[in-house]
Design a protein around this ligand. Structure first.
Ligand SMILES: CSC[C@H]1O[C@@H](n2cnc3c(O)ncnc32)[C@H](O)[C@@H]1O
Ligand SMILES: [Zn+2]
Length: 450
């Protein structure tokens, strides 16, 4: 419904958010004492608070007097339901972690109900920490979609393609068939988009990759895949095929602008050139890479080459949290450490990567990632009146380098308040944990037997 207006009277709108500081991300910069006008879930205008209060009369007018207002954080790569496997196996390298612990556990327990419960926990954690959209890759995406829709969250859900038997599908061809059947059912769900998600070069054969490419092209969906996560992955592929995994993906015709390459810790000059030539998007997951000792994406070199970068947590079983404020801080610090250059990924660039960059990674940049007129009103308020963020010389520095997720006071997705004064509005966290307990007990009992 359009907002009412006449030349003399202020325009009636749903919500006016007046904040001490606003970081719109686009345009670049910091605004003092401005307000964001929201109507019917969208951003109507952003301007100086005085002008905005004269121009608009809001059904709800919030004065965020010690807060930064900014776009919601976007988790560029995760496996939401893996919250149920958090802490099951730590301090291991990737392939031991997957082969000996995670894949056996998933083989025993994963089901639509497991995914729904685990994704609910993930969404509760992410929203509390200021994440308003997540780019997911997991089995039973219809169950993750249901959790996201019910909890008011925004998401891109990947249809997994993997070439070994799981409780979800027998092989890659079966995954492709399931994806083709399911895509129309998820289309049109509120705030839900989809991708085709071949797991990794080492778990999907050429036929599965070609099928993924054709399905993505045919349905106009982006591709989302783990690529070059470890040196072992690249060395093993060179030994077996004589090709680097990214070169194989290029030869098979998978690489294009909407291809999201996750991890990318092992890049030589030819890989960097491919990222540039195809305009690939990259999801950088620094904490999961640190914990599995997989290596680290060369962020400074990628940005110097003009490659667009988003930031993701990866799953809660390898991170072990879904804290995007923590993740963007790790990204900013590691970029400096890895390059030996303290100017690498400065505070504002880290915020840009975790908002607009990640929105591009999740193929949502037309709707979210910045506080621009016409975009969906996905935004967060962070209260800087806290010992951890005192004094405030530069709010951008405070958000990037010292604000904790407990300082996220308000979260809106499409203009709907999901967190108010740090409290969720739509769900009871006790109930979510209660629902998860039966899974946790079964998983722990099995783990004891093993
Ligand atoms: C087929 S759904 C996703 C699949 O990926 C596994 N997974 C989780 N984290 C990682 C990672 O860092 N690298 C590779 N694979 C990962 C997860 O357990 C699911 O099986
Ligand atoms: Zn992952």
């Amino acid at each position: 419904m359009p907002a009412e207006s006449s030349p003399s009277s202020p325009q009636e709108i749903d919500l006016l958010l007046h904040a001490r500081w606003i970081i719109p991300i686009r345009p670049h910069g910091l605004l003092h004492d401005h307000a964001l006008a929201v109507h019917a879930g969208r951003i109507l205008a952003l301007g100086p608070a005085g002008e905005m209060t004269r121009q608009y009369r809001a059904r709800e007018h919030l004065h965020l007097d010690q807060h930064v207002l900014m776009p919601g954080l976007v988790n560029a790569h995760t496996h939401g339901a893996m919250t149920l496997l958090r802490g099951l196996a730590d301090d291991l390298p990737l392939m031991t972690w997957l082969n000996r612990h995670i894949w056996p556990a998933e083989g025993r327990f994963v089901s639509a109900e497991f995914v729904r419960t685990g994704t609910q926990l993930a969404i509760a954690e992410m929203l509390r920490g200021g994440t308003t959209c997540f780019n997911d890759m997991y089995f039973f995406p219809e169950a993750a979609a249901r959790a996201a829709v019910e909890m008011g969250m925004r998401a891109t859900l990947g249809h997994v393609i993997i070439d070994f038997p799981t409780p979800y599908a027998a092989n890659a061809q079966d995954c492709l068939q399931q994806a083709a059947d399911l895509i129309p059912h998820l289309q049109g769900l509120p705030r839900i988009r989809q991708s085709i998600a071949p797991h990794a070069p080492y778990t999907v054969g050429d036929a599965g990759l070609l099928g993924a490419r054709d399905l993505a092209q045919g349905r106009q969906l982006p591709l989302h895949m783990h690529v070059h996560e470890t040196a072992h992955e690249v060395e093993d592929a060179l030994r077996r095929t004589g090709q680097r995994p990214l070169a194989r993906l290029a030869a098979l015709g998978l690489l294009e602008q909407r291809f999201l390459a996750v991890h990318m810790t092992q890049l030589d000059e030819s890989d960097l050139q491919r990222c540039r030539d195809y305009g690939l998007r990259i999801a950088h997951c620094p904490e999961s890479n640190l914990k599995l000792a997989s290596g680290m994406a060369p962020v400074a070199a990628l940005q110097a080459a003009g490659v667009r970068l988003g930031i993701g947590t990866d799953g809660a079983a390898s991170n072990n949290d879904l804290d995007m404020l923590g993740e963007l801080r790790s990204a900013a610090l590691l970029a400096k450490g890895v390059s030996g250059d303290p100017t690498a990924l400065p505070a504002w660039a880290a915020l840009e990567a975790a908002t607009l960059g990640s929105a591009e990674a999740a193929a949502w940049e037309d709707e979210i990632g910045s506080l621009e007129t016409g975009k969906a009103a996905d935004c967060i308020a962070i209260n800087l009146d806290h010992p951890a963020t005192f004094p405030v010389y530069d709010p951008i520095s405070q958000v990037a380098y010292c604000a904790g997720r407990d300082q996220v006071s308000h979260v809106w997705v499409a203009g709907r308040a999901l967190l108010v004064d740090g409290q969720p509005t739509l769900w009871e966290e006790k109930t979510l944990r209660h629902n998860a307990r039966s899974w946790v007990k079964r998983i722990a009992d099995e783990d004891d037997k093993a």
